[in-house]
Design a protein around this ligand. Structure first.
Ligand code: FAD
Length: 293
């Protein structure tokens, strides 16, 4: 097999928590890889005014984002625009999966934020039995079948197009306004777009139906594509407390070498708390690495 580059630290997310971890790790000369999105963080972009970030009064989230980007450029930190679907602890390293692609790192920092949307009825029951969170990962299972995709962001359209090349029939249910969203509209003509709300996933041993507000469709699989997946799904074995990752004072988790920071560890959901925890997580990962050799 091809030898993969093994990074010292893989950072998942591109909000203030992840980026603060990244700059601190980079200043300490660690090899890092950062996975996230082009706009860094939807929440950052959406913040109308920010008045409580030290050194920046009365800025918009977008201005803050631009400052973050400049800082990353100055330190030569790049963001890999890929979503990580699973992280597996392999003992002395971590394997990170993005679709069919794999990355390796000695330590991992989770700065994935929190997702507010609630699960659909039946989502947890049928997870792995027809419900999935990564269409590109599971697509081969749906060759010649009927699939529904619930897309929370326009990024999901690309995954829908990919599924449609394999599936017999694809439905797309956007959870955003497709007409008003920039970046939307690249969906394949073969896909049936339904403007409705998914309320329930049904089945016997396996999914067979998606109930929408005003109709029902027979399906073999349902993909729910959000900005981030819940941390327990992302990292099997990770200890969760309520909706958050359980962390210690040094931002370590129950898995050796895996750290977490920002909204994903709990309230208050604030930029500076996220950035502060990101710094602690970055430095704790550096310290963990130094004890290995
Ligand atoms: P996020 O900023 O949520 O960043 C996480 C990002 O990581 C995601 O957006 C995604 O791009 C990426 N990601 C997640 N999972 C993956 C994955 N598996 N693979 C690859 N990438 C992934 N806070 C304040 O302090 N002051 C304010 O004035 C303020 N105003 C706000 C206004 C609004 C409208 C909103 C929504 C929030 C506001 N907040 C404010 C809260 C603040 O936005 C959050 O606390 C902060 O963004 C949390 O940072 P984070 O780094 O933990 O996560």
């Amino acid at each position: 097999r091809v030898m993969l580059m093994r990074y010292d630290i893989a950072i998942i997310g591109s909000g203030p928590a992840a980026l603060s971890a990244a700059i601190n790790a980079k200043i300490r000369n660690k090899s890092i890889i950062v996975f996230g999105s082009k706009n860094l963080s939807n929440k950052l972009v959406k913040a109308p005014v920010v008045d409580n970030y030290l050194g920046f009064s009365n800025v918009t989230g977008i201005e803050l984002m631009e400052s973050f980007k400049k800082h990353l450029d100055n330190l030569d930190i790049e963001i890999v625009n890929k979503k990580i679907n699973n992280v597996y602890a392999m003992g002395d390293y971590f394997a990170l999966m993005s679709g069919q692609e794999m990355f390796e790192a000695t330590t991992v920092i989770l700065g994935t934020g929190v997702e507010f949307t609630r699960a659909i009825e039946g989502e947890e029951t049928f997870l792995g039995r027809g419900v999935g969170y990564c269409a590109t990962c599971d697509a081969p299972l749906y060759k010649g079948k009927t699939v529904a995709i619930i897309g929370h962001t326009p990024d999901a359209e690309e995954e829908a197009n990919y599924i449609d090349e394999i599936a017999e029939k694809t439905y797309y249910i956007p959870v955003y306004d497709m007409e008003k969203t920039t970046g939307a509209g690249d969906i394949s003509e073969n896909i049936e777009v339904i403007s409705s709300k998914a309320v329930k996933i049904e089945g016997e041993t396996h999914v067979n139906k998606l109930v929408l507000k005003d109709r029902e469709i027979d399906v073999d699989g349902v993909f729910i594509l959000k900005d981030s997946v819940s941390p327990g799904v992302l990292v099997p074995g990770l200890e969760i407390e309520g909706a958050h990752i359980k962390v210690n004072r040094d931002m370590s988790t129950n898995i050796a070498g895996c750290f977490a920071a920002g909204d994903c560890t709990g309230k208050p959901y604030q930029f500076m708390k996220a950035a502060g925890e990101g710094q602690v997580a970055g430095l704790s990962a550096v310290s963990y690495l130094s004890k290995l050799d």
